[in-house]
Design a protein around this ligand. Structure first.
Ligand SMILES: Cc1ncc(COP(=O)(O)O)c(C=O)c1O
Length: 384
């Protein structure tokens, strides 16, 4: 174990007595994030709001660095779904318009397509899968010149399937459509590059792989599009209201800010971003490429060890290019098994009839060994 990982584990209050393999659900508490919670209350008591603001601004720069964007292209949102709502509501639709989305993507995405269908008569074209594999042809067959936007999670929350965003973005753009990527199951775990992918919008949250608290969002809009779109909702945080010191605020004219902040339609609240800032530092200090390769090594090992169990069926793809930090395997009695593991302080999730295991870069093969040891006992009992 390298010294950085050793330190992260030592400092984490969660890791003191838990084996935490559940990053696809919620990020655990870390030394730095725990400390940030305390520091925030001290700064607040001292009315030092300036330092809080600096840390929150830093969240945008650090997140931008992780996805290869600039801070001006990032805006705070209340949650991941809000980012998707922003994107789909910026667009104009007519009677021929359609929207394309993987049929079993996260409900926050799919519901936008269903909503547009019900409220604006936009045709919804769901993309099927083949045993959880989401084939590019599925998108190519459905995207056409009337497609307004394509919605897709880079990594699927149930199966962990990682899509080829670059290829799908190319198809979308060739047809004049926009593309939005939900990256909450990817950023902080897998290498992200919005410029290389050539995506228009990306929505993410700090609560999982970014090691932040539950729950705050971050939305990226390509800088070429900032001027093009009018915000779907007018919030005063996205406008130039004038100086707070002046006797009057600018309430005669809507003057949106020149950056992605023009889409900020709610008061972001700074406590949770202040904490998230420390989670992001943990990741950037180690580096996205190193994180991805460690996670993939751990999930390789996880597949290998899970294979020792009888009557197990993988929901996740084993093929390298579709792999992520999520491994989900169907086993009988999954809900009960996850509960029993929790009693032993081994944390995973039950999802879709499976046991969903999601290690981060600081987990170890020994963590996986301990999980498998208990899993073998509980699983054997449940099938015998
Ligand atoms: C793919 C995906 N998108 C979005 C979310 C969360 O959305 P929101 O922040 O809107 O609750 C999750 C999980 O909570 C998820 O797995």
């Amino acid at each position: 174990m390298d010294s950085y990982i050793e330190k992260i584990r030592e400092e984490s209050p969660t890791f003191k007595n838990h084996i935490y393999l559940n990053h696809a659900s919620t990020g655990p508490l870390h030394g730095r994030t725990a400390e940030a919670l305390k520091i925030f209350s001290t700064l607040w008591a001292e009315t030092n709001f300036e330092e809080v603001d600096i840390a929150c601004k830093n969240v945008k720069s650090q997140f931008a660095q992780l996805i290869n964007a600039t801070a001006e292209e990032i805006v705070f949102t209340p949650d991941v779904t809000h980012g998707t709502k922003l994107a789909v509501n910026m667009l104009e639709y007519d009677e021929k318009s359609n929207i394309v989305c993987y049929w079993n993507d996260y409900p926050g995405q799919v519901y936008q397509a269903l909503y547009l269908k019900e409220r604006k008569n936009v045709e919804y074209r769901p993309v099927p899968d083949k045993k959880n594999e989401i084939l590019i042809e599925g998108f190519a067959d459905r995207i056409d010149e009337n497609t307004k936007i394509v919605l897709l999670s880079h990594v699927q929350w149930i199966s962990g399937y990682k899509s080829d965003v670059k290829e799908i973005a190319k198809i979308a753009h060739e047809n004049g459509a926009y593309i939005l990527v939900d990256s909450i199951q990817s950023t902080g775990a897998m290498v992200n590059d919005v410029k290389d992918w050539d995506v228009d919008f990306l929505t993410c949250g700090v609560a999982k792989w970014l090691l932040g608290p539950n729950h705050k969002g971050l939305f990226y809009i390509n800088k070429k599009l900032i001027d093009e779109f009018y915000p779907p909702f007018a919030g005063y945080h996205g406008t130039d209201v004038g100086s707070l010191d002046q006797p009057y605020w600018n309430v005669n004219k809507l003057e949106f800010l020149p950056s992605a902040d023009k889409f900020m339609d709610t008061n972001p609240g700074n406590l949770l971003y202040f904490v998230a800032n420390e989670g992001l530092k943990i990741l950037l200090d180690y580096g996205a490429a190193k994180i991805e390769s460690r996670i993939l090594k751990l999930t390789d090992y996880l597949f290998e060890r899970l294979n020792e169990l009888e009557k197990i069926e993988f929901i996740s793809s084993r093929e390298k290019k579709y792999r992520s930090g999520i491994v989900n395997a169907r086993i009988s009695n999954n809900v009960e098994i996850v509960k029993r593991l929790k009693e032993k302080k081994i944390i995973v999730s039950s999802r879709y009839g499976g046991i969903r295991i999601s290690p981060h870069f600081y987990n170890t093969e020994e963590d996986i060994d301990k999980l498998i040891e208990l899993l073998k006992q509980y699983h054997t009992k449940s099938i015998s």
